[in-house]
Design a protein around this ligand. Structure first.
Ligand SMILES: [Zn+2]
Length: 415
């Protein structure tokens, strides 16, 4: 445990989280889409809190908010603590925000103790991670990592406003986005604290855990084709029922996935056509989402699933097609950061359980330019992206203290 006189002020964290939750376009839950007046109001508050914590504040070309706390060696590579300011529609109060506010609290605690770290620290509030408005995820962190592309700016929201014009409305020049990219040589590492968004920590009865990596993901659409027909006149033996085939395929997807310890697969959406109670289903369209921390296992499971679905459709006289929508590789957290976080968790009497993140985070994009480390915080029943999202004050206190001690170790803030 550090020897700092002033400790993490959890009341301040909770007040700030409540205050940010007011920056919402809906009364039910928090809705704070990027490049809107709600996100600007949130950025205004966060800027002020960053200044209160002894940081200088700037915005980069994509409207990421960056607070900098100077180190003894101002030209040394910087440790970045970050997460995002935007939310999905009808979200909870903690997703993204907890990481930003905890980062500010860590710096404010150092500041109030009069501690200057060896290396500089930056707290980054990324402008858009969820992609709820433009369906382009990790916008802010991809800009910083240099992986945004010109075509990303053509994305439109539901009113037809492009990302480029929404950035222009804020007085920024979208064509300057490449200037937001950071040189990997100037970054010591990236640390993100985030709610778990799953039930594992609650089941383990631990406030926090150390993240080993972010799962890679494949998303496919599939189509099963049979023959529509009258529900009363076509005998069972002569039917080509696409939904019966799809049901068997979904069972097979679960069976195959269960053979792998580290793979999860979900069929989350089905559309049955024609979709009438007295018509045999002629076509079924569905989605397959498959994730794993081990890319090889994900590819292998996917191959078996496609082969088995083809066998099933052949046996039932159906046709089956898979179309890839997106694919992302798994990202590993840095071993040295994981070791530091695990040591700090033990110092706080928390068992350092290793958790895989099944959800994407800004750390995923930042991994392209920096070593990354992530700390997960328990959330009630694993609920997220919903107004019922909840983190206890006690857990927030522990999590922010773990983040503080991790940052102290990584930046040599105290001898
Ligand atoms: Zn998030």
């Amino acid at each position: 445990m550090n020897t700092l006189h002033q400790k993490i002020n959890v009341e301040r964290i909770m007040q700030r989280i409540d205050k940010l939750a007011e920056c919402s376009s809906t009364d039910y839950g928090v809705t704070r889409l990027s490049f809107t007046k709600e996100s600007e109001a949130a950025a205004e508050l966060v800027s002020q809190w960053m200044r209160d914590a002894g940081m200088s504040v700037r915005r980069d070309q994509l409207n990421n908010l960056i607070g900098r706390y100077e180190g003894k060696h101002s030209d040394a590579p910087v440790l970045i603590i970050g997460s995002h300011l935007d939310s999905v529609v009808h979200a909870g109060k903690y997703d993204g925000i907890l990481g930003v506010i905890s980062g500010i609290e860590v710096v404010q605690t150092l500041f109030e103790n009069g501690v200057q770290p060896d290396t500089p620290i930056e707290v980054v509030a990324f402008c858009d991670e969820e992609g709820a408005r433009f369906h382009t995820t990790l916008l802010g962190s991809r800009a910083m990592a240099g992986s945004l592309r010109d075509e990303d700016f053509e994305a439109e929201d539901e009113k037809g406003t492009t990302l480029a014009s929404s950035i222009r409305e804020l007085g920024l020049d979208p064509s300057a986005y490449r200037l937001a990219a950071r040189d990997p040589k100037t970054i010591k590492g990236y640390i993100e604290l985030h709610i778990e968004q799953g039930p594992v920590l609650e089941q383990l009865d631990q406030a926090c855990g150390v993240v080993v990596g972010i799962a890679g993901a494949s998303r496919y659409e599939f189509r099963v084709e049979g023959s529509a027909g009258h529900a009363g006149t076509v005998p069972m033996a002569l039917r080509k029922d696409a939904l019966v085939g799809a049901s068997e395929m979904i069972q097979a997807i679960e069976r195959i996935t269960l053979q792998y310890e580290n793979v999860v697969a979900t069929v989350g959406k089905l559309t049955v056509t024609p979709g009438a109670s007295n018509v045999i289903p002629g076509t079924v369209k569905g989605t397959l989402d498959i994730r794993s921390i081990e890319d090889e296992q994900r590819h292998e499971a996917l191959k078996l699933i496609v082969e088995e679905c083809e066998r099933i459709s052949q046996r039932q006289g159906l046709s089956c097609y898979f179309y890839k929508i997106m694919e992302s590789s798994a990202v590993s957290c840095s071993n040295s950061f994981m070791n530091v976080i695990s040591t700090v968790l033990e110092m706080h009497d928390i068992i350092p359980f290793e958790i895989v993140s099944g959800a994407g985070h800004d750390a995923m994009a930042m991994a392209a330019i920096a070593e990354i480390g992530m700390i997960f915080v328990r959330c009630k029943e694993g609920i997220s992206h919903h107004p019922a999202e909840e983190v206890t004050g006690e857990d927030m206190q522990k999590a922010a203290s773990v983040l503080l001690d991790t940052v102290v170790k990584l930046t040599a803030s105290i001898d």
